[in-house]
Design a binder for this molecule. Structure first.
Ligand code: PHE
Length: 397
């Protein structure tokens, strides 16, 4: 026997009973028809017909519900019918959108139900996608990054001092005039404070000088900041970024890196400074390197010196074969850092934290990381460090 089921399309009935229960029942029928019809959709054109049947402004089911139910409702039922109509409107819209998304989704032949079926469907989908992929081709090689030569030098220098028992300290790049200059014994009109060298933050003319903000020109302000926080004895290295108002060229960059060192204890002498730095230079550049100190001046050290090492390009001869050695300007010596014994005037600023200049002494030094990286790797232009050109950086991989 053949059983034919004829699905009669839903039509909006007139409501005779406007009680809440009756309205809800009628709305339930709308929803069940909506669900049945949505489930039958198999193509784009069927979906369009479905959308228009339910949402067309002219005579769509939603419009009919509005006309036949809401407009005809007696005053006291308007509220309930209104709410139901709104609810239906949202649900119809969602169903229409949902049916469209479903149409676009990949179609699987689902023969079973349950999670294992889902897994099988995904596998099926994956295999279909894989057709056309040549699995014998080599894979995609992910480039392995290389450490930037400046950061490598930075890390090497820091680790030489860590092995000597130094800890690492850091401080802010945007600094006050007080820490960058005043507490480091720079006299009020010292030329280094000049805007020729220092990049100041704009619009601070109304502030007292010591509070004015600037980009630190060296890592030395962290000497003071650390001594304010930690009592002696102290052994620290301070790596960081610094800025100066220098136009960029082969040996200058407005931003560069320094590593500062500070040791404070009772009875620290210039001999300790020389021994420490001699050891550090040998650790960094090789044990055959010789060191040499020449008198210099810094407001925050007294006495002060510049440290030179034998040129590790020409080995101190000043020549490379028949050619003159450029990095050391044929002198056989290269200047690598500034240093000296901490000036007692600097300790005065942190005296209350145990730094009585009559009881403690110390040494400090500061070196340019980028300059040392240039020398170490034989790079002739500092700009190459900051241009981010992968062809340059790959050479250090
Ligand atoms: N801060 C100095 C500079 O930038 C270097 C230095 C540090 C000198 C510590 C002496 C002691 O030139």
């Amino acid at each position: 026997m053949l059983l034919v089921i004829v699905i009669v399309a839903y039509t909006v009935p007139k409501l005779t009973d406007y009680s809440a229960a009756a309205v809800q029942k009628a709305a339930g029928e709308v929803l069940s028809a909506l669900g049945d019809e949505a489930a039958e959709i198999e193509s784009e054109s069927e979906w369009k017909a479905f959308r228009d049947r339910w949402m067309a402004r002219k005579n769509g089911i939603l419009t009919q519900i509005n006309d036949v139910w809401l407009k005809a409702a007696p005053k006291e039922a308007k509220r309930e019918v209104g709410q139901q109509t709104n609810l239906l409107k949202t649900q119809v819209e969602q169903k229409v959108e949902g049916a469209k998304a479903w149409l676009r989704a990949p179609v699987f032949e689902v023969e079973h139900s349950g999670i294992e079926v889902l897994a099988a469907d995904l596998e099926h989908y994956r295999l279909e996608k894989l057709q056309g992929v040549d699995i014998t081709l080599p894979g995609v090689r992910r480039p392995i990054g290389a450490e930037h030569p400046v950061m490598r030098t930075w890390r090497e220098i820091v680790s030489v001092f860590q092995k000597l028992g130094y800890s690492v300290a850091e401080g802010p790049v945007v600094e006050t005039d007080y820490y960058n200059f005043e507490a480091l014994n720079f006299p009020p009109n010292h030329p280094a404070r000049d805007t020729q060298d220092t990049l100041f933050i704009a619009g601070q003319q109304s502030k007292p000088q010591r509070e004015r903000l600037l980009l630190r020109t060296h890592t030395s302000p962290v000497q003071i900041r650390t001594m304010e926080k930690m009592r002696p004895p102290l052994r620290i290295v301070i790596p960081g970024t610094v800025h100066r108002n220098d136009p960029p060229d082969a040996s200058h960059s407005p931003m560069f890196h320094q590593i500062e060192g500070l040791a404070v204890d009772t009875n620290i002498t210039f001999g300790d400074l020389k021994g420490t730095l001699d050891h550090a230079m040998k650790a960094l550049f090789g044990s055959s390197v010789k060191t040499h100190f020449r008198p210099s001046f810094f407001p925050f050290t007294e006495p002060s010196a510049e440290l030179y090492v034998t040129c590790f390009i020409c080995g101190g001869s000043g020549r490379r074969g028949a050619e003159p050695c450029r990095p050391c300007k044929q002198t056989g010596w290269i200047e690598v850092l500034g240093c000296g014994m901490v000036d007692p005037n600097v300790f005065e600023f942190v005296k209350d934290n145990g730094y009585d200049p009559r009881k403690v002494s110390g040494f400090a030094f500061g070196m340019g990381v980028d300059r040392l990286a240039l020398l170490k790797y034989g790079v002739d232009d500092i700009q190459l460090f900051f241009q981010g050109d992968v062809r340059f950086l790959q050479q250090f991989g």
